[in-house]
Design a protein around this ligand. Structure first.
Ligand SMILES: *Cc1c(COP(=O)(O)O)cnc(C)c1O
Length: 407
């Protein structure tokens, strides 16, 4: 086989379809959020406004978080020194896990190197070791859950997105004695819609299934203490296993699950993606702990975040831009074509110093390509006015459709 020809041929097809991924090389600047410096070969660095970060609350630059990380580095150095089992369990990991368990009102929590690894490892472990396990998966579940489910080798059943009746139909047709896990998300990050957590859990429990909820795009941002949509909706107790990230609203890196002591101990003891990898640096755990505590204690951040999102949606609608229905802080603007989506993103950057990464297949379905805007508490009204004017200019240039302006 000519390996090089295979690789370049595959890449050429991605280019031709307009969905070859080009990374924007950013230099973040503490204190300048949401602005950052964009670096490109052969060009001087340039200040841009970032409109697509998952650092939803700007905690990645918060003085409390940065200081906690700095102090932990000074005190303990860089790496953790091993896997959790072999010299790599730190007091800061333990403190972080206690904090996360308390946040979600669970007996225990377990920290992983990322949210992806938390999903993949936990679902793989449950699916592989629960005898005859069946995994029920929402059709729009994240790639990390799909990977875990696939790798578990368990029977996989996909229910239509957020469709409780379809889930019930599938569960009702199954052998009542087999173990089952229903895996879904609270906030779906590309559309910004929210699942009916209570109703899904009720159906799952009626058929003897465990419930597994990915709150990656909700922790820190929903609920009185930022425990997620399950907290906001009064459904914390119905979620058997909750999964979250320390990388998005908490602004650091790492993932976790929280559940009963036995469930967590089981994954700790059997999950290969947890066991066979070096644990997070102590400084990461310190920063994450400081962030969780700060965000949890500051509901004002959540109020401001929601207000900013509502304000942006209103401004886009008034300008006739095709802002998609979203019940959350995520503000997708519809394009519907991969090449145009990429061009829109390029023009925003070139002409307007605004950075929004195009979202194309396979992250979203073909024909639903979009720009996904993520306003934060630090995006001001002036930023929004400039963004909307820039989008109008780009829409006009590319001949993209506008809507009748909303009231
Ligand atoms: C980002 C994401 C993850 C992975 O979290 P990381 O901490 O970034 O690895 C898991 N689930 C969903 C829905 C996500 O969007």
């Amino acid at each position: 086989m000519d390996y090089e020809a295979f690789f370049t041929g595959h890449l050429r097809r991605l280019h031709d379809e307009g969905r070859y991924r080009v990374f924007a090389e950013l230099e973040r600047v503490v204190g300048a959020f949401p602005r950052a410096r964009l670096h490109r070969e052969g060009q001087p660095p340039r200040d841009v406004t970032v409109w697509c970060s998952n650092d939803y609350l700007a905690m990645g630059q918060h003085p409390t978080v940065v200081e906690a990380m700095r102090q932990a580095i000074d005190a303990q150095g860089s790496g953790a020194g091993g896997t959790r089992n072999i010299s790599g369990t730190n007091t800061l990991h333990a403190a972080l896990e206690r904090e996360l368990a308390a946040l979600h009102e669970k007996e225990a929590a377990l920290v992983f190197t990322s949210g992806y690894v938390a999903n993949e490892t936990t679902l793989q472990t449950l699916g592989a070791l629960l005898p005859g396990c069946e995994l029920y998966s929402d059709a729009l579940n994240h790639a990390s859950m799909i990977a875990g489910i696939r790798h578990s080798g368990a029977v996989r059943r996909i229910f239509r997105h957020n469709d409780v009746a379809h889930l019930e139909e599938l569960l009702a047709g199954a052998d009542p004695s087999t173990p089952k896990v229903v895996a879904f998300e609270s906030v779906y990050s590309m559309d910004g819609d929210v699942s009916p957590i209570g109703a899904i859990c009720d159906v799952a429990h009626r058929y003897g299934a465990l419930t597994y909820l990915d709150e990656v795009h909700a922790v820190g941002m929903y609920g009185a203490r930022g425990a997620g949509v399950a907290e906001r909706d009064g459904a914390l107790g119905k979620v058997d296993i909750v999964q979250g990230t320390l990388a998005k609203a908490f602004g650091v890196v790492g993932g976790y699950i929280a559940s009963t002591a036995a469930t967590v101990d089981f994954v700790r003891s059997c999950g290969t993606g947890f066991i066979f990898t070096t644990s997070l640096p102590p400084a990461i755990a310190a920063a994450a702990l400081a962030s969780v505590r700060h965000v949890s204690a500051h509901p004002d951040l959540r109020v401001r975040h929601q207000e900013r999102a509502a304000s942006l949606k209103r401004k886009l609608a008034v300008a006739g831009l095709p802002v998609m229905d979203s019940a959350t802080h995520i503000v997708p603007v519809f394009v519907g074509d991969a090449a145009l989506c990429k061009q829109a993103s390029d023009l925003l950057l070139e002409r307007h110093a605004i950075y929004v990464q195009p979202i194309n297949y396979p992250t979203v379905a073909r024909g639903t390509e979009r720009l996904r805007l993520t306003p934060t508490p630090l995006h001001g009204d002036d930023d929004m006015v400039r963004l909307v004017a820039a989008l109008q200019d780009v829409w006009q240039t590319l001949g993209l459709g506008l809507r009748a302006a909303a009231e």
